[in-house]
Design a protein around this ligand. Structure first.
Ligand code: ADP
Ligand code: MG
Length: 241
């Protein structure tokens, strides 16, 4: 069924086998996200945040229930179709950056465009634009070992954003960053959310990230216990998260 919403999860259940027993990571989670959101799943470690992101990102399948992402039902996609949806439409940012250490910042950011077979001239402009968005155009030739943690995460953001995906999933993106770099990358992501209309969904238990969210969804033991709209840092109106 087509859906004009960004994400719609209905009664999502995820059960992992654990030896002779099992772990329920998600328990009847029903959530919708609209285009343009800057939203976060928050909750203690083990509450199911990563599991939800992985299902929405088509990296894992639910045990039951359904998830529609950008109008496609995740369950109905073949491996090839799921890979196509990820390559074209979903950017990922992880806590460990996951850059390829032997390639330059430029080459790391270029990688998703090679998968998409983007023509060379267009590729060059897109890579340089993306490095520019994160303030690292002058580090294009540096390799990850020569970059700080904050710079590495900014390269990872550029790589996730280079194809201008409608949806960006960020799993604990500040876990390996100090406070100053955390604020810097959050401000960058907020800017990209506004300027490129990219929707952001975070999984985090970092108060610094939570302060930037416009919507906070609390997960406890795989269940949604709260879903609040909130006032991001520096803005007026509703209560802060
Ligand atoms: N691949 C897996 N195999 C077994 N258990 C898992 C797996 N992934 C997650 N879990 C379990 O599912 C629960 C939710 O995990 P997760 O989604 O990673 O939580 P969070 O991201 O909120 O810390 C935890 O109890 C975790 O141990
Ligand atoms: Mg997690």
């Amino acid at each position: 069924m087509a859906d004009d919403k960004l994400i719609r999860a209905e009664n999502l259940v995820k059960i992992f086998p654990m030896g002779s027993s099992q772990v329920t990571a998600l328990s009847q989670v029903t959530l919708s996200f609209q285009t343009g959101e800057f939203a976060g799943l928050v909750g203690p470690s083990g509450s199911g945040k990563t599991t939800f992101l992985n299902i929405v990102g088509t990296l894992d399948a639910p045990s039951s229930g359904s998830a529609f992402v950008l109008g496609r039902e995740v369950e109905s996609l073949s491996h090839r179709e799921a890979a196509g949806l990820r390559n074209r439409s979903i950017g990922f940012i992880f806590q460990t950056f996951n850059l390829l250490p032997v390639y330059t910042a430029y080459e790391n950011v270029e990688f998703p465009l090679l998968l998409l077979k983007t023509p060379a001239a267009q590729r060059r402009k897109m890579v340089m634009d993306a490095l520019d968005w994160v303030g690292l155009a002058d580090r294009a030739r540096s390799r990850p070992p020569q970059l700080s943690g904050g710079e590495s995460q900014r390269v990872a953001i550029a790589r996730a954003m280079v194809k201008r995906p409608p949806l960006l999933l960020a799993d604990e993106p500040t876990a390996n960053l100090d406070a100053e770099n955390s604020h810097h990358i959050l401000q960058t992501m907020e800017k990209l959310n506004r300027q490129l209309a990219t929707s952001f969904l975070f999984a985090t238990h970092d108060e610094k990230v939570i302060g930037y969210l416009r919507r906070k969804i609390t997960l406890v033991d795989g269940r949604v216990t709260r879903d609040e709209n909130c006032r991001p840092r520096g803005a007026e109106g509703t209560e802060p998260c």
